[in-house]
Design a binder for this molecule. Structure first.
Ligand SMILES: [Zn+2]
Length: 316
């Protein structure tokens, strides 16, 4: 699983959490030497028992439809004759606006936590009570502030509040406000330099890359009502219509969030494979083809050797 892949040092926001191009090159070299890079079509056939995957198979997936994937990733994969699978959130293509998920990344990349956390808490207090109801700050902090292997508990708290926990209008007002205050570039300008365009996606597909769905609004789909969830998928299918096979498409759940009714709904609309963010080696004999786990780019050299213990854990 990859997200931003760019020349970090010379980019506008070097602190954004991403993979440097030089490291990406090294990682592809490493994967080629130690694994067999497969295509989405091969994975699809393997899930239907029509094809046996090579040993040590690895599939390269790129989330969120960033321009990085066209400028940094695509030329390298093309030169190496490898396929990448790219998952686009419909809204970025249709409306050319910045997704909240990206506003949050850029806010985090430009603001120290000792400034950001009080800022978020103050705004949560400001909006609470009048039109919008949600629990008090201490209750929410106790429930949601738990760190993971990439982020401190404060960072996770800020992310969860702004990604999904607060009412959609409140979180979007807070994101806009913080973005204006700390990031120092207009949303339009950043949206214009951040995402893939339809021409680029078309060319990547023509050249053998695989294109899949990543929702429309990049919401936590597993936390939406049935009606909102179905609407998000329908909008995504409509925008991505040109790039997918409606009888056989692949879903990549934003934030890895899904539930049973989402799985049923996407199955009924032609989805055949689904990618989660569960960190695990995928064993097709035991996982459902709609909930395939993934390892992260940070699990592999030159970033780390964590993939080894993930493989070992699988064996024991
Ligand atoms: Zn995403």
């Amino acid at each position: 699983m990859y997200h931003y892949v760019r020349d970090l040092e010379h980019s506008r926001y070097p602190r954004i959490k991403g993979l440097d191009i030089a490291s990406f090159r090294k990682q592809i070299e490493f994967l080629k030497q130690n694994f067999t890079v497969i295509t989405m079509e091969e994975l699809n056939c393997a899930c239907n028992n029509r094809y046996e995957l090579p040993k040590q198979a690895v599939l390269l997936t790129f989330d969120d439809g960033y321009l990085d994937h066209y400028t940094s990733v695509f030329p390298i994969l093309k030169a190496e004759n490898l396929q990448g699978s790219f998952f686009i959130s419909g809204k970025t293509l249709k409306e050319h606006v910045l997704l909240d998920v990206n506003k949050i990344h850029y806010i985090l990349a430009t603001t120290q936590m000792d400034v950001l956390l009080p800022s978020v808490l103050k705004r949560m207090d400001y909006y609470r009570g009048s039109e919008y109801e949600y629990p008090d700050n201490d209750t929410l902090f106790n429930e949601y502030a738990s760190g993971n292997r990439f982020d401190s508990k404060e960072t996770i708290f800020v992310k969860r509040m702004l990604q999904t926990v607060l009412p959609v209008k409140v979180r979007s007002m807070i994101c806009d406000d913080l973005f204006k205050k700390y990031v120092g570039i207009s949303e339009d300008k950043l949206a214009g330099e951040l995402y893939l365009t339809s021409d680029q996606i078309r060319l990547m597909k023509q050249e053998g890359m695989y294109i899949g769905l990543h929702g429309y609004n990049h919401y936590w789909l597993g936390r939406l009502s049935e009606v909102e969830m179905q609407k998000d998928i329908r909008q995504a299918l409509e925008v991505m219509s040109e790039y997918i096979d409606h009888k056989n498409w692949v879903m990549n759940y934003p934030y890895g969030s899904y539930n049973e009714s989402l799985l049923q709904y996407i199955s009924s609309t032609g989805c055949k494979l689904g990618l989660t963010t569960q960190v695990k080696v995928a064993d097709l004999s035991e996982c459902s083809s709609l909930t395939i786990p993934r390892l992260d780019t940070n699990d592999f050299p030159p970033v780390s050797e964590k993939y080894k213990c993930r493989l070992d854990k699988e064996r024991t």
